[in-house]
Design a protein around this ligand. Structure first.
Ligand SMILES: [Zn+2]
Length: 413
C-alpha cells in the first residue's frame, strides 16, 4: 500500500481475541498499510473523510492469522533430496507456497529452518506474494542430528548458504558459535536448534538428546548477545526440559512433555509451539509426499502423545503458539490444525495462540495479531464466527471472504 493510500472498512463485526467477543457495526480506517482507527462508524467517519469504502456487510473481521512453525522452502518432504536442488528452483516453489499460505489467511509466518533474508526481502518488496516472513535462516544441528540429512554412508554435507539444505552441521564451541553468528549476521529473528531426534532425518533416534549442554549454552549466549532467542526442536520431556534449563525460549513440537516440563515452561516464561497436523498428515500422505520409509516408521511414536501434551500445557498455563510444520504437498492441510486443537482448547484459546501469543513470541506485539491502532493492516473478513466454532477456520475456502495484508485485499487466484 503506497503512503497516500487509505481504506475505510465499514459495517464490520470486529472480533476481539483478547476479550473473546464480537462487536457489530464497527469501522476500521487504514492509512499507509497501518490501522489508524477502529470504532463506531460515526467516530471513524470524521477521520476517514472521503477514503475509499469497503463494506464488510456485517461480516466478522479478525486479525490475520499467524503460523508459528512453517518451512516455506520445503517443497518436498524429502529434505535430503531437496538440499541438492537448484536454489532458484526452490525459490520458485517458495513463491507458490507463500502465496498459498496468505490465501489461507496467514498474514504472518515464522519459518523455523529454510527461509532466509532473501525470501523475506522478496515478500517485503512485493516480488513474491506472501505473508510477512519471520525467518531464522538455517537450523543448527549436530553431526547425526535432526538437521543432518546424510545417510550413514555419506560423508560430505554442503553447508554453503546458497544450497537449500535446511540446516548447517556444527559441533563444539567454536563451530556452534560461528554457525549461530552466520545466521544472525543475515538478520535472523531467531536461531533454531535441534535438541532431539526427529521424523524427517535418516540416522537419529526420536528419543535422543542432541547437542551438549555446553553447546546449547553457547548458542543461547550468541542469540541473547544480539537480543534474539533460541527455539529448539524437541519431542521428549528429557530433551525439552534440558533445553528449557539451558535457556531455550521456545520449544517446537514437545509431544512427549511431562509435569516437570510444564513447571519449567511457566518458570522460564517459555513458549510451546505444538504442530499436530503434521503427524496426522505424515501418517496419511507421508509416503506419497516423498517421506522416506525410515521416517514414516517414526511418525506413530509422536502422533498420539501430541494432543495430550497440548491439553496438559494448556491446563498448566503454558504460553502456546499455533504451528503446523507441514512439508511438501501436505502444506494444503495447514488450516486443519485449528480443528485438531479445538478438541482440547477453547476457540478463544486457539485464536489467541494464532494471534496475540504468536506476536508476543516474535516480539511483534501491537504490530501483528491485533486489530488496534498502530498495527499492520493485516486482517480477514470471514463468513462465519470462529469464536462459535473454531473448526470453521479449517475450511478457509468457504470461511474466508477476503484476506487483507498491509491494507490491500489479496486476490483469490
Ligand atoms: Zn519444523
Amino acid at each position: 500500500m503506497s503512503p497516500e493510500q487509505r481504506l475505510h472498512i465499514t459495517n464490520a463485526s470486529v472480533l476481539d481475541v483478547e476479550r473473546g467477543n464480537v462487536t457489530p457495526g464497527q469501522s476500521i480506517l487504514i492509512e499507509s498499510g497501518l490501522i489508524s482507527a477502529v470504532g463506531a462508524y460515526s467516530d471513524v467517519e470524521r477521520q476517514a473523510g472521503g477514503a475509499p469504502v469497503l463494506d464488510a456487510g456485517g461480516k466478522v473481521v479478525m486479525p490475520g492469522l499467524i503460523d508459528g512453525h512453517v518451512h516455506v522452502t520445503a517443497a518436498t518432504a524429502d529434505l535430503g533430496a531437496m538440499s541438492e536442488w537448484s536454489p532458484n528452483y526452490v525459490a520458485a516453489h517458495s513463491s507458490r507456497l507463500l502465496a498459498d499460505m496468505l490465501r489461507r489467511g496467514f498474514t504472518t509466518v515464522r519459518d523455523v529452518a529454510g527461509a532466509d533474508y532473501g525470501l523475506a526481502q522478496a515478500v517485503e518488496e512485493g516480488l513474491f506474494l506472501g505473508p510477512r516472513l519471520i525467518f531464522g535462516g538455517k537450523a543448527l544441528s549436530q553431526s547425526g542430528g535432526h538437521g543432518d540429512m546424510r545417510t550413514p554412508g555419506a560423508v560430505t554435507h554442503d553447508d554453503h548458504p546458497c544450497c537449500p539444505a535446511i540446516a548447517v552441521i556444527c559441533d563444539g564451541d567454536v563451530s556452534v558459535r560461528k554457525a549461530a553468528r552466520e545466521q544472525l549476521r543475515t538478520g535472523a529473528h531467531h536461531i533454531k536448534i535441534m535438541l532431539s531426534g526427529g521424523v524427517a532425518s535418516p540416522t537419529d533416534r526420536v528419543d535422543s538428546t542432541q547437542f551438549s549442554e555446553a553447546e546449547i549454552t553457547a548458542i543461547v549466549e550468541e542469540a541473547e548477545a544480539v537480543n534474539r532467542y533460541v527455539c529448539g526442536h524437541a519431542y521428549t520431556a528429557r530433551a525439552v526440559n534440558r533445553g528449557l534449563r539451558m535457556g531455550v525460549r521456545c520449544i517446537e513440537h514437545g509431544n512427549l512433555i511431562d509435569d516437570e516440563s510444564i513447571r519449567l515452561f511457566v518458570e522460564n516464561d517459555a513458549y510451546l509451539v505444538p504442530t499436530l497436523v503434521t503427524y496426522e498428515r505424515l501418517k496419511q500422505d507421508g509416503a506419497e509426499a516423498g517421506l522416506p520409509v525410515v521416517s514414516q516408521e517414526k511418525v506413530d511414536l509422536v502422533l498420539y502423545a501430541g494432543l495430550e501434551a497440548l491439553n496438559k500445557a494448556n491446563k498448566g498455563g503454558v504460553k502456546i503458539v499455533f504451528g503446523t510444520d507441514l512439508l511438501g504437498d501436505m502444506q494444503i492441510h495447514q488450516n486443519q490444525e485449528f480443528a485438531i486443537r479445538g478438541r482440547v482448547q477453547s476457540a478463544q484459546e486457539v485464536l489467541r495462540s494464532a494471534t496475540l501469543t504468536a506476536a508476543e513470541l516474535m516480539g511483534l506485539e501491537g504490530k501483528v495479531g491485533t486489530l488496534s491502532a498502530g498495527a499492520y493492516a493485516d486482517l480477514l473478513i470471514l463468513n462465519s464466527n470462529p469464536l462459535e466454532d473454531i473448526a470453521v477456520l479449517a475450511d478457509p475456502e468457504s470461511t474466508i471472504d477476503t484476506v487483507i495484508k498491509n491494507g490491500e485485499p489479496v486476490s483469490a487466484d
